[in-house]
Design a protein around this ligand. Structure first.
Ligand SMILES: *Cc1c(COP(=O)(O)O)cnc(C)c1O
Length: 399
């Protein structure tokens, strides 16, 4: 991972023209300090062993690569799923949460501060903070609080302070603004534990480092199971953390095609989707440069997807670079296709996927139909328990 990142970044913290640190000098010094400590710690065996132990015994890693036999027979391809849904707390987010909170503890911080949209990242951070004995403040838009009450309750039980945000749309973007503002006042004693491979340098690199375990395990497991590499690898892209973690394992295998799947939501118009790599233009949000969904007047557009974990108007800077150099192809899947895939996987394999992950499944099935006989590896980033009520209420299956 380290060499890969260094090869790809033209200068520290940049991926092509994307990334960087669009923040004030005071925070810049703090972030440079955090990065230095991160590099030091991750090259230390004691830190690595502690992290490995947490991932193995607390979060059940390595998660299996599962051959989806029924789906494969039905769609005429060999379809494999990397089971990140089997992690403790139900998704890949615990990988970087344990890493970030352990990092905070080791560099002497007493508290972690984070934002959350649907509450998945908040729960993973609150879980890690409870385990490692740090205070935890989670900022969450008031609209999201009402929509994701079970996760709010989980965070409270875990001992986190859930702080409602009432500005603007009262959703994820405002929660990030509020968390960042709080962090600027408390950075001497707290660490901002961001929820994806976004934000100013060094956060995209730190989160990628902790998520690259997905791709590393997958490559070894796939080789062991089949004796070959997959023909293609697929993952959904919100901020881009489960996907970049998966892609890291295969990016140097030029024969493996890599697809990132963005949410097309209700359609192609700005405001109807959250496909930043497909419809975004170069812009700056939350301290970094990326492809960003913008209105005609260059203000940040509202992002929408049926999967609330995907509805961020920006995207990780490395994805923008991988798109520019053509190593990864970014495709879109709309709400309806994602819902169909949600039911398909549930009924064919007995696995209820998260709506986010359903986007990757849907694209995998599309490839399978068009290219029979391929070996397809899909990142099943999380389980669908959180989505069950919403799906039954809004998209009931009538057969
Ligand atoms: C949050 C979430 C995502 C999107 O985040 P990335 O950083 O793009 O991985 C995807 N799947 C699940 C299950 C999530 O909870």
């Amino acid at each position: 991972m380290e060499t890969l990142t260094n090869n790809m970044a033209q200068k520290e913290g940049y991926f092509g023209i994307y990334g960087g640190q669009y923040i004030n000098e005071e925070l810049k010094a703090e972030f440079d300090n955090i990065y230095e400590q991160f590099l030091k710690l991750t090259s230390d065996d004691a830190f690595q062993n502690e992290l490995k132990d947490l991932l193995e015994h607390f979060s059940c890693r390595p998660t299996p690569v599962y051959f989806a036999k029924n789906l494969s027979e039905k769609f005429g391809c060999d379809i494999y799923l990397k089971r990140e849904d089997l992690n403790h707390t139900g998704a890949h987010k615990i990988n970087h949460s344990l890493g970030e909170v352990l990092l905070a503890k080791k560099i002497g911080k007493k508290k972690v501060i984070a934002e959350t949209g649907a509450g998945q990242h908040g729960v993973a951070i609150a879980t890690s903070a409870a385990l490692l004995g740090l205070e935890c403040d989670i900022y969450m838009g008031e609209v999201d609080i009402q929509k994701a009450m079970p996760n709010v309750n989980r965070m409270k039980i875990l001992g986190a302070n859930v702080i409602p945000v009432y500005s603007g749309q009262k959703t994820l973007k405002e929660a990030v603004d509020a968390a960042f503002e709080a962090y600027q006042k408390e950075y001497k004693t707290a660490l901002y534990t961001i929820g994806s491979v976004v934000g100013p340098h060094p956060f995209p690199t730190i989160v990628e480092y902790f998520q690259s375990v997905i791709g590393k395990e997958s490559r070894e497991q796939f080789l062991k199971m089949t004796g070959t590499l997959p023909d293609c690898v697929i993952a959904c892209v919100g901020g881009g953390s489960n996907s970049i973690g998966m892609f890291d394992g295969f990016i140097e295998d030029k024969e493996v095609k890599i697809y990132g799947v963005e949410p097309l939501g209700k359609g192609e118009k700005i405001g109807e989707n959250a496909a930043s790599l497909t419809y975004g233009r170069e812009g700056i949000l939350h301290g970094f440069k990326c492809l960003l969904l913008q209105n005609d007047d260059n203000t940040v557009a509202d992002a929408y997807s049926v999967a609330s974990g995907l509805d961020y108007p920006g995207v990780g800077p490395k994805h923008c670079y991988l798109k520019d150099i053509g190593r990864v192809e970014y495709k879109t899947i709309n709400d309806k296709e994602a819902i169909d895939a949600f039911y398909e996987l549930s009924r064919t394999e007995g696995i209820i996927p998260a709506l986010e992950s359903s986007h990757a499944i849907a694209y995998g099935l599309k490839i399978a139909k068009e290219n029979q006989g391929k070996k397809i590896l899909i990142s099943l980033s999380g389980r669908g328990d959180k989505d069950i009520e919403f799906v039954l209420e809004n998209y009931p299956k009538t057969f």
